[in-house]
Design a binder for this molecule. Structure first.
Ligand code: ARG
Ligand code: ZN
Ligand code: CA
Length: 253
């Protein structure tokens, strides 16, 4: 595939306090980041270590607020719901109107993105192939976008980049085996890596005999700070393409 695929997104802003009812500017700031990160157009891409520059992918994916609702009517692509829930658990509750959340739009036509107060995580996502009513991505409002309530060190919009990576079937780069060396992300061009990385590591950071270059901790699918992550690899982009050709093929027009 050479063409860029544009994914229509519905943003469900589920708020208990006025602060959580984030503004349009904050939403727009998130889309700017997504449309840079998935196009290798992020301004920090030049920080990728020399040894990995050739691996950096333009994933040819773009995101826009939906302009048509499920009934074919014009929409802003933003649904605002006031809730009595002070903070959601990462248990899909925010995806149901009768649990104080907002019901999903049809998951074969929209990427559902819920923004709310969330306990215990910056965000979470479903993988392709699951139930439509919970399909999508949930992001803590203070880890969403780059302005408004977005708070350091997660004010770079990268939580959504990471979670949408999962939505396109990407796994964590360390292979989800704790600190072990036998897990895999099912991608060939990412180094085998022990556990996740946090904060802003210094290059190189070696684990699992992956020297001299070590962990690709600056990958969006690690756990470092927003300012420390700035790449998908070509192998990851191929895996996202496979999701788009398979379980997410309804988004290919
Ligand atoms: N699912 C991860 C968590 O909530 C998201 C990590 C995103 N990392 C980031 N730098 N924004 O823990
Ligand atoms: Zn993750
Ligand atoms: Ca591992």
């Amino acid at each position: 595939r050479e063409e860029v695929v544009t994914i229509p997104v519905v943003v469900h802003v589920v708020h208990h306090t006025p602060e959580q009812n984030i503004g349009q500017e904050q939403i727009d700031s998130q889309f700017k980041v997504l449309n840079e990160d998935f196009r290798r157009a992020n301004p920090d891409v030049d920080k990728v270590p020399e040894v990995w520059k050739d691996l950096v992918a333009d994933a040819r994916l773009e995101f826009k607020l939906a302009d048509t609702d499920p009934n074919g009517k014009p929409t802003s692509g933003v649904v605002r719901v006031e809730t009595s829930v002070e903070s959601f658990e990462p248990d899909h509750g925010v995806k149901y109107g009768d649990r104080g959340g907002s019901d999903a739009w049809p998951a074969d036509r929209y990427l559902n993105l819920w923004v709310c107060e969330l306990k215990g995580a910056l965000g979470y996502s479903t993988f392709p192939g699951g139930p439509a009513e919970i399909d999508g991505v949930v992001i803590l409002h203070s880890a969403f976008g780059t302005t408004g309530t977005a708070a350091a060190p997660y004010d770079g919009g990268r939580t959504a980049t990471h979670e949408i990576g999962h939505w396109f079937n990407l796994r964590h780069i360390w292979g989800d085996d704790g600190d072990g060396c036998s897990g895999t992300d099912f991608v060939d061009d990412t180094p085998n890596q022990g556990g996740n990385n946090r904060g802003t590591p210094d290059f190189p950071k070696v684990s699992c005999d992956n020297g001299p270059n070590g962990d690709m901790f600056m990958n969006y699918m690690d756990y470092v700070d927003d300012a420390a992550m700035f790449m998908f690899t070509k192998g990851q982009s191929e895996r996202m393409d496979a999701a788009l050709a398979g379980p997410r093929s309804s988004f290919l027009s």
